[in-house]
Design a protein around this ligand. Structure first.
Ligand code: SAH
Length: 545
């Protein structure tokens, strides 16, 4: 997993950038107000560090080891999987691995120390003696039992010799006193066995099962492995036919077995076929994953208003598509994530491109500002899918992830102007006739709904807003509260409250959200300047409270 580099002051940025060279995807998190030019800012050190830790993100903190320990102390009692946590001196003169021995913290400390030209402060005795953490075999291998393993390592540290059974290429460099007659052994193999007290058992993930969907698939795979005497820990993945990509039974089985699903064109044959290789399976060489397409909403702009599911999607995706401004807003991205920026108008083309990429097995994100379902990409993506007869497109895992829409972000800043029934309209007549806009507007006004106008005006649509306001004025009086939110949640945002009588089209541009009250919407001064605007929850006569 990509680490996070957390810094508290400007003086650490240079060291942080050197560490970033070692982990190109890692983001530098800088304290707001203290650090200029970090990749991300945070306002509270403790909360940020604890959140990263709880998410399992490896942490490289450029500050005193004591600060890191104190900050995470309360979380340390919860035993479980622990990410690597390191403290690095601000000037890069010391690298101290603190936590996460099994998460490879010592290896990271060595990598960082090498980049900074210093020695890592390794204190783990096994690691010092053997030059590797025996309990943390490399990717593609799995330790059978951690507790037995710890006892094994302490025996080894007491000075015993060891024999290696099976292929353990990563131990060739290790400092182990080997002897074929030794009592202790490190056993690497996929055969199912109960680890003996004097052995460190490690399973290579060298087995895959080609299968077709069916009931109880996970337990049938387990049984088949058992019959062949293969440990389930050696299972690297399930391999299925492309046509079964969307099968829920396959997904369930993979989840239950804790392995990824890969797809290819399977030759006809039995429902379950076990395959094995000598070395761990390289997943990149075995079929491809089911493609994924997520249409996400970034919210108005501010990072705090982006929902966590969207952040997670941006972190996992391989490809990002969207209008350049939004792609930039969604970043920064890692070097391995491909950005496909397009013009704002090419929505259908972008939607089709997204499906083409996802159908190849990639994990694609299409970005919209605000909510993707509000005058944005979600409908275009679904239209593209609806029109397509390509089975590969149908099999893509499609998800729409919501965001805070501009009308809601603007309303929240003004108070609660949309606190009762309201109507959302786009004033753009690019994709619908102007006459229908006039008709809907007239009816919405007749219904006394509060109004939210998206796309209120642009250079190519200069007169439409003026005409729309004429229609509104036929139904609402001049004192009706109006809210104008421009670039809400973005740098330089402005919020104005005024009245319908004061509103003219020249106060509005394409980056503005226009909210117009209903007959019950009211406004009152707020302490510190400006006004609160709200539409009461009731209509007609105020209920007794
Ligand atoms: N999907 C977006 C809307 C896209 S339509 C959403 O849910 O917010 C584009 C229009 O949205 C703009 O013309 C403007 O009227 C409004 N808009 C989008 N972002 C805005 C922001 N940050 N502040 C004010 N208005 C915004």
């Amino acid at each position: 997993m990509t680490p996070a580099i957390v810094i508290l002051g400007q003086g650490s940025l240079a060291t942080a950038r050197s560490i970033q060279q070692v982990y190109p995807g890692a983001q530098i998190h800088g304290l707001a107000g203290r650090v200029e030019g970090a990749d991300q800012t945070y306002s509270e050190f403790g909360a940020t560090l604890r959140q990263l830790y709880q998410q399992g993100t490896p942490i490289i903190a450029l500050c005193a080891a004591g600060i890191v320990i104190r900050t995470l102390a309360a979380l340390l009692l919860e035993k479980g999987e622990e990410p690597a946590v390191l403290a690095v001196a601000e000037d890069g003169s010391a690298v101290v691995p603190l936590l996460g021995g099994l998460g490879g913290v010592n290896g990271m400390a060595r990598e960082i120390a090498a980049a900074l030209g210093v020695a890592a402060a390794i204190t783990t005795s096994g690691e010092l003696r053997f030059g590797t953490c025996l309990l943390n075999p490399p990717q593609g291998y799995q330790l059978a039992d951690l507790e037995l393993g710890k006892r094994f390592v302490s025996d080894l540290l007491a000075g015993e010799q060891v024999r290696i059974e099976g292929a353990a290429p990563w131990l060739e460099q290790a400092n182990l006193a080997q002897d074929q007659q030794a009592r202790l052994s490190i056993h690497v193999g996929s055969a199912e066995r109960v680890p003996a007290a004097n052995e460190l058992l490690i399973y290579p993930k060298n087995t895959w099962v080609a299968c077709r969907p069916g009931a109880e698939l996970a337990s049938r795979v387990r049984q088949a492995l058992q019959q062949d005497g293969i440990a389930v820990q050696s299972l690297a993945c399930l391999l299925a036919d492309d046509a079964d990509m969307a099968s829920g039974q396959l997904q369930e089985a993979a989840l239950e077995l804790g392995v990824p699903l890969r797809f290819t064109t399977l030759a006809a044959g039995p429902d379950i076929v076990i395959h094995g290789a000598a070395a761990p399976v390289d997943l990149a060489q075995l079929g491809r994953p089911r493609g994924r397409l997520a249409v996400i909403g970034l919210g108005p702009g501010a990072a705090e208003l982006m929902v966590p599911a969207v952040k997670a999607e941006l972190a996992r995706c391989t490809d990002v598509l969207g209008y350049e401004t939004y792609v930039r807003m969604a970043g920064p991205f890692r070097a391995d994530q491909v950005q496909h920026c397009t013009d704002n108008r090419e929505e259908m083309q972008r939607a089709r491109h997204a499906f083409e990429l996802a159908a190849q097995g990639r994990s694609v994100v299409v970005v919209s500002s605000g909510d993707p379902g509000v005058f944005a990409m979600a409908a275009a993506v679904l239209e593209a899918l609806h029109e397509s007869s390509d089975p590969a497109w149908q099999r893509v895992e499609l998800e729409i992830l919501p965001g805070v829409s501009a009308s809601l972000a603007t309303a929240a800043q003004a108070g609660a102007p949309l606190g009762h029934d309201f109507c959302v309209m786009s004033l753009s007549d690019n994709l619908k006739p102007w006459s229908i806009i006039e008709k809907r507007l007239d009816l919405a006004c007749q219904a006394d709904l509060a109004l939210a106008f998206y796309n209120p005006i642009s250079r190519s649509r200069p007169w439409q807003l003026g005409r729309a306001l004429e229609i509104v004025a036929q139904h609402r009086n001049a004192a009706t509260p109006v809210v104008l939110g421009r670039d809400i949640g973005r740098p330089g945002q402005t919020l104005r409250t005024l009245t319908l009588g004061q509103l003219t089209p020249d106060q509005v541009d394409m980056r503005t959200m226009v909210l117009i009250g209903s007959s019950t919407t009211c406004a009152f001064p707020r302490l510190g300047g400006g006004e609160w605007v709200y539409t009461p929850r009731w209509y007609g006569e105020k209920p007794l409270s």
